[in-house]
Ligand binder design. Structure first.
Ligand code: ZN
Length: 355
């Protein structure tokens, strides 16, 4: 079974609501679901898309809740959360923020130039909208995200885990704009790496969405589990159907019928893949205490429409002052020439063509 829990730091918040009682059958079912999500089933993303064509690529990626790659510590914690060991408030979720707001990354040497550029485009948007920064891995970095291109789906580890070493962000190779290489899906996976789980698994989601259990693939009901604010926190913002981190209507459907419906008008934007919302960015900025993020006013009327595109206007210079001395936060390449792609991890220089 999984390793003992290593608690990194104490940042858990108390969970509202009474303890939940689970049957032994439910607990064993959840354990089996977790184990399945951590086992390679050998299926390619295309095969799963054929079975469930209305769901998004990330929902069809065979991991926990579709696209979350759990490490041992997280699996232990989620099992405790589910089983309500010692009451729902007894365990703590560690701080998984990337140190100095900086994600250290590297690529496997398996993407085309166009794919690399699509990944960089998502990373550039993150740096433009938040105080998150990226730095290419150097030989001395032990903890970093390796961007890989395995064919089984789009998925990522959630947050930073000092004990884990290599974190994964996987994007099944595709033409940019398609499958896992959809711009908003690449950002979705990075937002997992930044530390977020899915919007619809937050504590108050039952006020906003109705689950249609009878339409779900048997055994996948556990993907719709609801979590306390210690696991899925909304950062003081209202529930948002249009969030980049929300399921669509057809995740894990066994019959092509919806598995989740909005209770209020979602303007048909629940689970949309067209854009990342201003609140998605604001949640990231608040999670990392980016300058101005907690004082940014929220327009409730626009918010209620779920389409409010907030331009982050925090003071980026102030954010950079938080960087420790000696850390170089580089500008991301605008475009990469294939001839200049690093051939191995030792080759650090990437040629940049300025537009
Ligand atoms: Zn996801």
């Amino acid at each position: 079974m999984w390793s003992a829990i290593v608690v990194l730091s104490l940042v858990g918040c108390a969970v509202a609501g009474p303890p939940v009682t689970r049957s032994r059958k439910d607990i064993e079912g959840f354990r089996a679901y977790l184990e399945r999500s951590r086992t390679d089933d050998g299926l390619r993303l295309e095969s799963r898309m054929l079975v469930s064509p209305k769901a998004s690529a990330w929902e069809n990626s065979g991991k926990f809740q579709g696209d979350i790659l759990l490490n041992d510590e997280q699996a232990d914690l989620l099992m405790q959360e589910y089983a309500g060991v010692g009451g729902r408030n007894a365990y703590i979720w560690p701080n998984t923020k990337w140190p100095s707001n900086t994600i250290v990354y590297d690529f496997n040497n398996e993407f085309t130039t166009a794919q690399i550029n699509a990944i960089y485009a998502a990373m550039r948007e993150i740096t433009a909208r938040t105080c998150i920064r990226f730095r290419r891995r150097t030989a001395s970095d032990r903890n970093y995200v390796l961007v890989t291109g395995r064919s089984d789906g789009c998925y990522a580890n959630v947050g930073y885990w000092a004990s884990m070493g290599v974190h994964t962000l996987n994007l099944a190779r595709a033409i940019p704009g398609q499958g896992c290489f959809t711009h908003t899906i690449i950002i979705h996976e990075w937002i997992h790496v930044i530390g977020f789980m899915h919007m619809h698994s937050t504590h108050n989601r039952d006020t906003y969405v109705r689950l249609l259990w009878q339409n779900m693939i048997p055994g996948m009901e556990y993907a719709f589990e609801r979590y306390g604010t210690n696991v899925v926190h909304n950062m003081g913002l209202p529930y948002e159907y249009a969030s980049n981190m929300h399921y669509d209507r057809f995740g894990f459907s066994r019959n092509g019928q919806p598995t989740m419906l909005p209770i209020f008008n979602d303007n048909n934007q629940m689970g949309q893949l067209q854009f990342v919302t201003g609140w998605d960015w604001l949640r990231v900025n608040r999670h990392y205490n980016c300058p101005g993020a907690w004082s940014t006013p929220i327009n409730a009327e626009e918010l209620s429409q779920g389409t409010y595109l907030h331009e982050y206007k925090g003071d980026e210079d102030a954010a950079l002052e938080d960087q420790p001395q000696g850390v170089v936060v580089e500008d991301l390449p605008q475009e990469v020439l294939v001839a200049d792609m690093p051939q191995d991890l030792e080759a650090e220089k990437v040629s940049v063509v300025e537009n």
